[in-house]
Design a protein around this ligand. Sequence first.
Ligand code: ATP
Length: 253
Amino acid sequence: MVTAETVLEFQHVSKRYRNGVLGLDDINFSVPKGQFVAVVGLSGAGKSTLLNSVNRMIEITNGSVLVNGQDVTKVRGRKLRHMRRQIGMIFQGFNLVERATVQKNVLAGRTGYYPTWKTLLGWYSTQDQALAVEQLKKVNLVQKLYQRADQLSGGQKQRVAIARTLMQDPTLVLADEPVASLDPKTSTGVMRDLYNLKKYEKITVLVNLHSVELALKYADRIIGLRDGRIVYDRAADQSNQAELQEIYEHGKE
Ligand SMILES: Nc1ncnc2c1ncn2[C@@H]1O[C@H](COP(=O)(O)OP(=O)(O)OP(=O)(O)O)[C@@H](O)[C@H]1O
């Protein structure tokens, strides 16, 4: 049921790819405001398909996805652009403009608020430039403001991506394997920054993770996928490693 506090809701969502593969098979769940959800499962279980169906990077074939009560499958044009502003995305590969400065990369998060010609010319208000500094402070990277992105470590790049997302002022952040290419210590730092989005900004976070250990450590709730279906959905503090292991058994692989 959708309440005023529900940020994300999947209602009977299925996705069949053109080759016949059922990426998602009747997915139902809702996420209240400020919850940190980890989605775990084997490679090919449907985690990316699930995440990408929220901001319409893929089109679902059945059901509805609601963000803040609005059915994302029904919005077009300006409304779609507006809806996408509410959804921040964090990727495994960071998706920064490597040759641009940290400042430019963070300001790019504001793109949805400007006409395209202004962003192409790099015209951002002084207010937004100050905001970029504020966001970088939150991820402890303000000292890198004028450094080029390609000079940063993987962990620093992901934190720039988090600051960029904050510029959007999102209500929901989706992170697809955000720490998959980082070492364990750096991963912990990035996970903590994601956790802080929930803690200090009350942002709802949905993160695809390979690591059950990280899911148990940072998430409020763990959703397990297998062959496109939800096979596990429980609070993290009521979960244990042995039960979670079940998600990884009996799969196709
Ligand atoms: N564009 C596509 N066309 C056809 N089938 C696809 C496509 N993308 C994904 N699939 C299939 O859909 C299923 C779910 O894939 P998905 O990438 O969502 O899984 P995942 O859990 O994110 O895996 P990984 O961790 O490897 O990214 C898999 O069987 C996959 O092969």
